[in-house]
Design a protein around this ligand. Structure first.
Ligand code: ADP
Ligand code: MG
Length: 346
């Protein structure tokens, strides 16, 4: 039995089914990410778990106990929302102390815990500041400290970093993960950002239109997408129709499948590659390139197909638009994925 279990959870608003028979478990101490595009039901599932929404069908268990009908205040679940919700009339210290005061914890213990929490989120020096005088990132860290200081059984983080700029966001991702592991806090983290899900999670639950499309470790979900949707959402796979791939490589693809290939698995060379064992080798023409950090992403035309190809960014060795190149595509990196109209294509 898992620490948290969702059993066939259905949530409807009117005749709109927002959660469509969700079932999965979360192990104690894990950080599980709900990843998926906006509107797929991630926040609704968190709200059902925290007790802010009632499920329409199904049940939710926490540590073996059915909490489906337990009031929110009795669930011992801490939540940080997308829009940080600090009390504007309280300073950082008072905000963080609030939950402990409500629990009637002795004042000397409150003082110690608040100090530790402030330390943990690196807000030392900001104890007396009011939310209006904090940056977005500082407010978010105060909200985080406020929710972990009560040591909830479960921590729910609903896109807590979406309002924060890239650099601080990366450092907060690392900090949240550290704190979560240090305290062994069972955590559900919501994001629509695949990179964030990759760096933070023990397990990713990939959501699509109120259902779970795929579940697994970041590496599993990244390397073995089970559907066109999964391949389009994670790993920026090139996706080729069966006949496109067959025409390009001469290889055969099982009926009813598309082929997905990650850009970084394709090797690009000016000259005919020497070692091509186990590879499809095709000729193409560079259409353009975009720097992406330490990688250069080329778009390469191969007949009627355009492929994205990632190469390490070596400024002394770049391919120019219009240049003819060879692409070597390892056969074992060509994934055959069941073709299917996306479930909510309508
Ligand atoms: P996500 O967090 O993945 O972006 P949400 O869980 O917020 O998605 O929303 C999923 C769907 O449920 C959306 O279509 C949204 O409009 C709908 N929804 C959410 N909350 C309510 C509500 N209180 N009343 C009616 N519809 C809602
Ligand atoms: Mg949401």
């Amino acid at each position: 039995m898992s620490y948290i279990e969702f059993h066939d959870v259905v949530k409807r608003f009117g005749d709109n089914t927002v959660l469509d028979h969700i079932s999965f478990g979360i192990e104690k101490g894990d950080l599980v990410t709900l990843l998926g595009p906006s509107g797929c039901g991630k926040s609704t599932l968190l709200r059902c778990l925290s007790g802010l929404e009632q499920v329409s069908e199904g049940s939710i268990l926490l540590d073996g106990a059915d909490i489906t009908d337990v009031p929110a205040s009795k669930r011992n679940i801490g939540m940080v929302f997308q829009q940080y919700s600090l009390f504007p009339n309280m300073n950082v210290e008072q905000n963080i102390a609030f939950g402990l005061k409500m629990q009637k914890v002795p004042q000397d213990v409150i003082d110690r815990k608040v100090r530790e929490a402030i330390d943990m989120v690196e807000l030392t020096g900001k104890e007396k500041a009011y939310p209006a005088n904090l940056s977005g990132g500082q407010q978010q860290r105060a909200a985080l400290a406020r929710s972990i200081v009560t040591e909830p059984a479960v921590l729910l983080l609903d896109e807590p970093l979406s309002a924060i700029d890239a650099k601080l966001r990366r450092s907060l991702q690392a900090r949240i993960r550290e704190i979560q592991q240090e305290l062994n806090l069972t955590t559900i983290f919501v994001t629509h950002d695949q990179d964030e899900a990759m760096v933070m999670s023990d397990v990713i639950q990939l959501f699509h239109a109120g259902r779970i499309e795929q579940a697994g470790t970041p590496v599993e979900v990244y390397t073995k997408p089970v559907s066109e949707f999964a391949a389009s959402f994670i790993g920026s796979y090139n996706q080729l129709a069966r006949d496109e791939f067959q025409a390009m490589t001469g290889a055969s693809v099982p009926a009813g499948h598309v082929v997905a290939v990650r850009p970084e698995t394709i090797a690009i060379t000016a000259d005919s590659p020497a070692d091509v064992a186990g590879c499809h080798v095709v000729r193409g023409t560079v259409a353009g390139s975009t720097p992406r950090g330490n990688v250069l992403r080329y778009t390469v035309r191969v007949g009627a197909v355009t492929l994205r190809v990632d190469a390490l960014f070596r400024s002394f060795h770049m391919f120019e638009p219009g240049q003819d190149v060879y692409l070597a595509i390892p056969e074992h990196d060509c994934l055959f994925i069941p073709a299917g109209a996306l479930r909510d294509a309508a």
